[in-house]
Design a protein around this ligand. Sequence first.
Ligand SMILES: NC(=O)c1ccc[n+]([C@@H]2O[C@H](COP(=O)([O-])OP(=O)(O)OC[C@H]3O[C@@H](n4cnc5c(N)ncnc54)[C@H](O)[C@@H]3O)[C@@H](O)[C@H]2O)c1
Length: 337
Amino acid sequence: MTLNIGLIGAGRIGLVHAATITQRVPSARLVAVADVNEAAARACAERYNVPFFTADPHAVIEHADVHAVLICSSTDTHAPLIEAAARAGKPIFCEKPIALDLAAVDRALDAVARAGVPLQVGFNRRFDPNFERLRRAVAEGEIGEPHLLHIISRDPAPPPIEYVKVSGGLFLDMAIHDFDMARFLLGSEIEEVFVAGAVRVDPAIGEAGDVDTAVTLLRFASGAIGTIDNSRRAAYGYDQRAEVFGSKGMAQTLNNYPNQVIVSTAESVRRDLPLHFFMQRYVESYQREIEAFVQAVLEGTPPPVNGDDGRAATVAALAAKRSLQEGRPVRLREVSA
Ligand SMILES: NC(=O)c1ccc[n+]([C@@H]2O[C@H](COP(=O)([O-])OP(=O)(O)OC[C@H]3O[C@@H](n4cnc5c(N)ncnc54)[C@H](O)[C@@H]3O)[C@@H](O)[C@H]2O)c1
């Protein structure tokens, strides 16, 4: 069986998914692509041999050959497009975040629940083999009861300032992956966050009302404590590490490299830089998340990352924003009953 997919948004991540579907997931076929920038839709269609392209996302949602919709457009379009796809009765994969405010998230999730369609949210890092193994070390008790979690998540360079302004900023756009990873790794809900944030990379980010450097302290329902360390610019490239420390031991995952070579000389011991950004570092995770979505839809089973996960990470991100603004620990309950 093959799942016919319609793609909405042919920007950075849309093109990653287009490549994944056409080159790496034989059980799926990309049959339509929409982008309000029609040239982007056309370029994607030509590159990946997609039979239909349009500037109108609704033409993809309503297309008779489209069995499921992948929403990869700008964040502010996600919730209305989820609602439209749900009304059309189509299974949905939506990039993170679902929306920047909870009312919009809840409207979208209500529409999904009413329509009874599956919704998977694009927390791809859960499908990365390293993070998956870390989760297993916790879930299977290899390191005992988790006490501490540390996530380091630094980008190689900030996005364009126009993107920073509309994307929701550091917490809702970038750290949202880390809030999801924290819940995933510990298998426990985040109850409280306390943020120290700063502008250390680019003053324009501060002028746009955001920070580019932050440490978020997390308290979990289980009693564990965690930190998320974010920067918009690591001089050496994408820095994606995590460690869980527990009563019986510790498990950690380091960066991924294009090769494993270590050059030792009289002067130094050195190696090449880590894989540069998400398009290189997370290729396998993108493939595995799309495979999981396609399999869930074809088999009629629930997607492994759902709307509730999307909502929970958004609540944590909104609490982090409030903590930064008010300079105090914020319980997630304050943001969402
Ligand atoms: N999971 C991940 O690793 C990951 C990585 C990058 C981006 N994202 C998410 O994916 C989304 C897109 O990010 P990006 O970096 O690809 O942005 P981008 O700006 O490169 O691409 C967005 C595309 O959507 C198009 N678009 C905007 N409104 C539209 C609409 N109503 N209908 C159809 N097309 C529309 C734009 O013309 C653009 O081509 C964001 O929500 C972002 O948070 C996720």
